[in-house]
Write a protein that binds this ligand. Structure first.
Ligand code: NAD
Length: 256
């Protein structure tokens, strides 16, 4: 691996790392050398087992990100874990996210708030809390937000999801502007259509499935492991001069 991509000795917090894209990102970062602090509301046993062959440290912080209540504790526990490994909090991947589907005309306040709270509000305040530690020792770090094609496009039947992911793209740019001069790189990855729980309803609907597949130039749904390289890159020194981008990893969807 070229030296600029090596994450040896760094520690990465990955939220929602128990499954899907978060799990694949945790595994890829560990393979590149990073220790992992996996944050989420479900058991991380599967991810721990997948990270084990890399030999990197793996810590778990149980937390539900639907409110801000656990944020101070997450940072405390993550910092202690990194310190125990002789490391610090170098990388934050804001991956935890939810989606609620209903026609805009029927969409409820509960479905609006639930999605905005996890995808945008908790993401911002966790980032703020972690960035304070990155700024405190002056060494900076890397923040990677998991955005979406709905950061660029409208979609249908997911109003709070589109609002949250469009907001996350804006937040990525704002934080990049504020922190680029302080050695924190803030960027985002916009995954296309990947095979995870998030897209189960789409893949189960034969019409939507065929319509989506026919529009993906690469000709297949993304496999979670196809996202890992972008995360490693943005987490690494190789991306030191990259700030505020939303990088599509979408099989060519947006190019169409
Ligand atoms: P997923 O449903 O498998 O994973 C979502 C993760 O977020 C899970 O680990 C879940 O436990 C966690 N999470 C949700 N609410 C939480 C809460 N309150 N507290 C703590 N953790 C919580 O789906 P995924 O596709 O792996 O989604 C990961 C991210 O990728 C999400 O932000 C999603 O919006 C985004 N995304 C996915 C796709 C796709 O095609 N799958 C496309 C674009 C963006």
């Amino acid at each position: 691996m070229p030296a600029g991509f090596d994450l040896t000795g760094r520690t990465a917090i990955v939220t929602g790392a128990n499954t899907g894209l978060g799990q694949a990102i945790a595994v890829a970062l560990a393979q590149a050398g990073a220790g992992i602090v996996a944050v989420g509301r479900s058991s991380m046993d599967e991810t721990r087992a997948l990270v084990a062959p890399s030999g990197r440290p793996f810590h778990e912080v149980a937390a539900d990100l639907s409110t801000l209540e656990p944020i101070a504790r997450i940072v405390r526990e993550a910092e202690a874990a990194a310190k125990a490994d002789g490391s610090r909090l170098d990388i934050l991947v804001n991956n935890a996210g939810i989606i609620r589907r209903a026609d805009a005309i029927d969409f409820t306040e509960a479905d609006w708030d639930a999605v905005m709270d996890v995808n945008l509000k908790s993401t911002f305040f966790l980032t703020q809390a972690v960035a304070r530690t990155m700024l405190a020792d002056g060494k900076g770090g890397k923040v990677i937000n998991i955005a979406s094609l709905l950061s660029f496009q409208g979609g249908i039947r997911i109003p709070s999801y589109t609002a949250s992911k469009s907001g996350l793209a804006g937040l990525t740019r704002l934080l990049a502007c504020e922190w680029a001069g302080k050695l924190i790189n803030v960027n985002a990855i916009a995954p296309g259509y990947f095979v995870t729980n998030n897209t189960e309803a789409l893949r189960a609907d034969p019409e939507r499935n065929a319509a989506i597949l026919s529009r993906i130039p690469a000709g297949h749904w993304g496999k979670p492991e196809e996202l890992g390289g972008a995360a490693v890159f943005l987490a690494s020194d190789a991306a030191a001069y990259i700030h505020g981008v939303v990088l599509p990893v979408d099989g060519g969807w947006l190019a169409r």
